[in-house]
Design a protein around this ligand. Structure first.
Ligand SMILES: [Cu+2]
Length: 141
């Protein structure tokens, strides 16, 4: 009887174990006309005590979903793919226009203003975080 009690206790503890201390705030996806890739924006909070490394993103609505960084060099703006982004303990990583953004390379029919699509971020340690990204139009509405 005693061992059963311990077993129940330990499985309850396993259920209560906190997930990776990562939060996605203010997510949204910017739909552009036609087949132009859509941009994804959010703020990632690392509430944990360890550095995490963002290594990718997936969405069933997007075909390939890439991590991009926009840069402005002497008035020329361009974007490039990045493989990974470190987020320090207690740190915040902002995906916003003109900076880091998700690039939804083949936006599917679900990418339309007023809809919302799931996006999963994946990390080097195997952790994943999923959030629903509301879709807005080109002007951000
Ligand atoms: Cu891009």
């Amino acid at each position: 009887m005693k061992s059963l009690f311990i077993l129940l206790l330990s499985s309850a503890a396993a259920l209560a174990a906190p997930a990776a201390p990562l939060r996605i705030e203010a997510p949204w996806m910017r739909a552009l006309p036609g087949t132009v890739p859509a941009g994804g924006y959010f703020v990632l909070h690392n509430d944990g005590k360890a550095q995490v490394t963002l290594t990718g993103a997936q969405s069933p609505a997007c075909g390939m979903l890439m991590l991009h960084l926009s840069e402005n060099n002497g008035g020329m703006s361009s974007m490039r793919h990045v493989d990974s982004i470190d987020v320090a303990p207690g740190g915040v990583l902002e995906f916003k226009q003109g900076s880091y953004h998700l690039m939804c390379m083949q936006p599917g029919p679900a990418i339309k203003p007023g809809a919302s699509v799931p996006v999963t971020l994946s990390f080097k340690d195997g952790a994943t975080v999923t959030a629903n990204f509301p879709v807005r139009d080109a002007t951000g509405k």
